[in-house]
Design a protein around this ligand. Structure first.
Ligand code: SF4
Ligand code: MG
Length: 338
């Protein structure tokens, strides 16, 4: 009897930390910096997905630091792919597994396919492959972009996902020009939502909210089809802060409204966690609290902080959906009189 190889694995949401499965599939042995939230993302992602999972990792911190010669922290099958290839690797692996099952070469069973990429690999170099993978609804795959807001692996260069004004090796503040990174951060999750009608599920997450994050991974894998998760990951080296406050910074990103948490399932938008209460009217914290804890913004003047705050306010006050649909609300045109 033919089995539908397109069926995804069903992974129920965990209703509280006590319900989380104990086994780890990303363990000790990696060499990331102390306080690295991207390493935590790998651990949570693998735990949420479970043992019947293939992980594909494009070049970046989470490749180099996790697979140094003769050592790896991956317990589940893992393969490296080139910097811009997370989308191609995900699509090719999902299609390959289906073909092997159809031909009877491997047992027929749902196997999760997850490709991860950094912001350099996903939002910049690999954007075309990610976009392509999000256009094939017949394959079940998840692309998780871990966003530490720079090319961290090669010593903190600006990426399309770096925040406005951040000090990096490509944008050091000088005496003549204080702000060298003059572009606003690219809206990757919004881009996936707005331009990819075949994509089943898009979510933003932050590892400071571990259970929420794992349940978004489980939902993406259970829905099947192409799915995308964008994670904001505080990075002590690139953001220049004491590793002790990694979690706090993730929380502040959400509480200040800089990083809205939401999911879009089959085109339907739903905020979750603290973002839900912010959208319901709870007061956002000032971005100053988030920015001034990070050395990469230490050169900011009050004027720079005000500008940053005004851009975040604009996203919350003038967009149709904060962080998702960047279309300014316009007043309806005045009715013409004869
Ligand atoms: Fe993690 Fe940042 Fe260190 Fe890379 S540079 S391993 S992302 S803390
Ligand atoms: Mg990066």
């Amino acid at each position: 009897m033919a089995i539908d190889t397109a069926m995804p694995q069903v992974l129920e949401a965990w209703k509280g930390v006590k319900k989380i499965d104990l086994p780890e599939y990303f363990t000790s042995g990696h060499r990331t910096c102390q306080g690295c939230e991207s390493a935590l993302v790998m651990k949570l992602m693998a735990k949420a997905a479970g043992p019947r999972t293939v992980v594909l990792g494009s070049t970046g911190c989470m490749y180099v630091a996790n697979t140094t010669y003769y050592s790896t922290s991956w317990v589940i099958p893992w393969m490296h792919t080139q910097l811009g290839s997370s989308g191609s690797a995900a699509l090719g692996t999902a299609a390959g597994l289906r073909a092997q099952m159809r031909k009877g070469k491997i047992p027929q069973e749902p196997i999760n396919v997850i490709a991860f990429c950094g912001d350099g690999g996903g939002a910049d170099m690999g954007l075309s492959a990610v976009s392509h993978a999000m256009s094939h609804k017949q394959y079940n795959l998840l692309i998780l972009m871990y966003d530490n807001e720079s090319y961290a692996n090669t010593d903190i260069q600006v990426s399309g996902s770096s925040p406005w004004g951040a000090n990096s090796t490509f944008s050091p503040p000088g005496k003549v020009r204080r702000i060298m990174q003059t572009r606003w951060k690219k809206n990757m999750a919004g881009l996936m939502v707005a331009g990819h009608p075949e994509t089943r599920y898009v979510a933003t997450v932050c590892p400071s909210y571990a259970l929420d994050m794992m349940n978004r991974v489980r939902k993406a894998l259970s829905l099947g089809g192409p799915t995308f998760i964008h994670s904001l990951d505080p990075c002590p080296k690139g953001w220049d802060y004491d590793p002790f406050i990694s979690h706090e910074l993730g929380e502040l990103a959400v509480e200040t409204g800089v990083w809205p948490l939401y999911e879009v399932e089959d085109g339907k938008f739903k905020p979750y966690g603290k973002t839900k209460s912010l959208m319901a009217g709870r007061k956002r914290k000032p971005v100053r609290e988030y920015l001034l804890k990070q050395g990469r913004f230490a050169h900011f003047t009050d004027e720079d902080i005000d500008y940053f705050q005004s851009k975040v306010d604009e996203m919350w006050d003038k967009w149709i959906v904060p962080g998702v649909i960047p279309i300014h609300k316009e007043e309806p045109p005045a009715a013409k009189t004869a």
